[in-house]
Design a protein around this ligand. Structure first.
Ligand SMILES: Nc1nc2c(ncn2[C@@H]2O[C@H](COP(=O)(O)OP(=O)(O)OP(=O)(O)O)[C@@H](O)[C@H]2O)c(=O)[nH]1
Ligand SMILES: [Mg+2]
Length: 300
């Protein structure tokens, strides 16, 4: 490899829940993108930028590609998921080693015409080596043209090797961002996402999918950051569930979110949460635009 500076965009794509956001956070070394054990957690493209003396790698976390196009929000998510395949310098397709199926095959067919693809076989920590090997072989046989690398994003296994493979494929060029910039998103955006993450982790069944979070006020004072956020639900009945008995659930979500935001901003945080209803916001283009789900990379 030459000593020239390398710089480029690396799309992290794959079906929902394969570990794209976990991987981006691990590679950048900061929690920029929220994660949860449920599918369809990520809803936007989110950049995670890693800059060293030798390279700048702009990772693009994306929503999981899925067939559910029922609501306007799903269509927005699928556009965000695949919207940068053309422009990326490298496409990393994430696969869950223990859960490779037709949805992955479909995604692989979709990228088969590109020569800039690297398969990242994730979650190898979940299986023994002897169980992993035949599964990895099966995946490689299906797409023999693509190089693959086994990793565990969660445990940090083999990420050095992955990074080497990625950097070797970046074009020589100048950085796209200042060397201290970590993401394209604002603290407001990330704070709203952190609240949404806690809702995804705490609430059961389908309810998280009916929720979005907006930031009403974000005020940095010398010794405290004051944030007021609204949790939007689609139905009145959902509001009561989010609030919980005596406000208990909302309080729990607030405490969890505050802790994460404090770590991120490295200051004390006062977080105020409200719950409001906007009927069927997830299938209403106007509401979606108001909540930042509009094409052209939101950074609200
Ligand atoms: N055991 C194990 N779990 C992992 C690994 N990587 C991610 N996970 C878990 O898999 C779940 C999904 O991770 P995410 O990073 O949210 O997955 P994603 O691909 O971004 O999901 P969507 O945004 O919904 O498309 C979370 O519970 C992670 O902790 C891994 O290497 N090993
Ligand atoms: Mg994600």
């Amino acid at each position: 490899m030459s000593n020239e500076f390398r710089s480029g965009y690396v799309a992290l794509i794959g079906k929902p829940n394969t570990g794209k956001s976990t991987l981006m956070n691990a590679l950048v070394g900061e929690k920029l993108s929220i994660t949860a054990h449920r599918p369809q957690t990520t809803r936007h493209q989110i950049l995670g930028i890693k800059t060293t003396a030798e390279y700048q790698c702009v990772f693009v976390d994306t929503p999981g590609i899925h067939d559910d196009n029922q609501k306007a929000i799903h269509r927005y998510m699928n556009r965000a998921a695949t919207g940068m395949l053309e422009d990326a310098d490298l496409i990393c397709v994430l696969l869950d080693v223990a859960n490779f199926n037709r949805d992955d095959e479909k995604i692989l067919r979709r990228v088969s015409s590109y020569d800039k693809v690297l398969l990242v076989i994730n979650k190898i920590d979940q299986l023994s080596k002897s169980a992993c090997l035949p599964l990895m072989q099966k995946i490689s046989e299906q797409v023999p043209d693509f190089e693959s690398v086994p990793v565990s994003a969660l445990k940090g296994e083999n990420l050095d090797r992955l990074e080497q493979l990625i950097v070797a494929r970046l074009p020589v060029g100048v950085p796209h961002f200042p060397d201290d910039q970590l993401t394209d998103k604002s603290m407001r955006f990330i704070s709203a996402e952190i609240v949404r993450e806690k809702l995804f982790r705490v609430l059961k069944q389908e309810l998280p999918y009916s929720i979005t979070v907006s930031i009403d006020h974000y005020l940095e004072e010398t010794d405290i950051t004051r944030i007021s956020a609204t949790i939007w639900v689609e139905r009145k009945s959902q509001k009561a569930i989010v609030i919980g008995k005596n406000g208990g659930l909302l309080k729990k979500i607030g405490t969890l979110a505050r802790g994460d935001i404090e770590r991120l901003v490295d200051a004390r945080v006062y977080l105020q949460l409200w719950v409001k209803v906007r009927e069927d916001w997830a299938d209403d283009e106007q509401s979606l635009a108001a909540f930042g789900y509009s094409d052209g990379n939101p950074s609200h």
